[in-house]
Design a protein around this ligand. Sequence first.
Ligand code: SAM
Length: 305
Amino acid sequence: MTSAPPPPLRAILRDAAHQLLAAHCSDDLDEASLEADLLYGEASGLDRAHVIARGAGTPSAASVEAFQALLTRRLKHQPLAYILGRREFYGLTFEVGPGCLIPRPETETLVEAALAAIKEHPRHHRLVRVADIGTGSGAIALTVAHHAPSTKVWGVDVSGEALQWAARNMRKFGLSERVVLLTGDLAEPLSEPLDVLCANLPYVPTDDYEGLPDEIRASEPQIAVEGGPTGIELIARLADQLAAHLALDCAAAIFELGAGQAGFVEDLVTSALISAGRGPLDVRVHRDLRGIRRIVEVRYGYSSA
Ligand SMILES: C[S@@+](CC[C@H](N)C(=O)[O-])C[C@H]1O[C@@H](n2cnc3c(N)ncnc32)[C@H](O)[C@@H]1O
């Protein structure tokens, strides 16, 4: 009796996509198919276009075995970005893994705001001094440094593990001459006056943290996600440090937040800057792609440029 011929790649991937959907790893079949393709690509060293092009062929036993190992990890809800070891962010491919937050699409809205604040800053034709507080993988610091060559950028994080990922990405993008990574609490390690300060600090309130998907709680560092009882404790502490670190004449401070937090953060930042004698203040709130008031930006000194 002859054994059944091995299934074509297309059938293996279709079966994997249905498993991913059934295990609630993906929201719909399109996303599950994309994940299956990416996992197979990782296992076999092919990009997605080549994975699709080979759909009618029979894959090697070694590729199928490597693919099944990655699929098993994904079915246990390890984040896809950790399995692949990378995540696209604002056109750059960041290396990521356990110990650093996976950059999120909504943070691209913060990067947009930071790039505009740099471009419109009176010092933009010289050197704009930028800090990214809670840099994680370096997503904000390195993207800004890459897209705005007239910047010097400091990335600060309290987590040594996260900073190791930031350092890898800094070397990968060839930015070691203009980016400095520092370990420490909020803005404390910084000594130079800053023109633009960005922060995507943890902002999920403690009570909400328990309700987050297992995939986040089991894999990504709690210190990168949970922001204390109200969610904005760290942002409030950073607001108190702002006046000591922002340039006297002209600066912008830009914060990423959770839904419903923009009004509180706007009040914290404006009152900290007004009591330090900065102003007049220009307050802007930027919505993310889902329409959530995600970014609070406070500027002063721009109009007199
Ligand atoms: C939400 S993640 C953001 C990571 C990255 N900036 C991004 O946008 O993908 C928050 C980061 O803040 C860091 N962090 C938490 N508490 C901190 C503190 N007190 N001082 C500096 N960084 C802190 C965490 O380690 C984590 O890397």
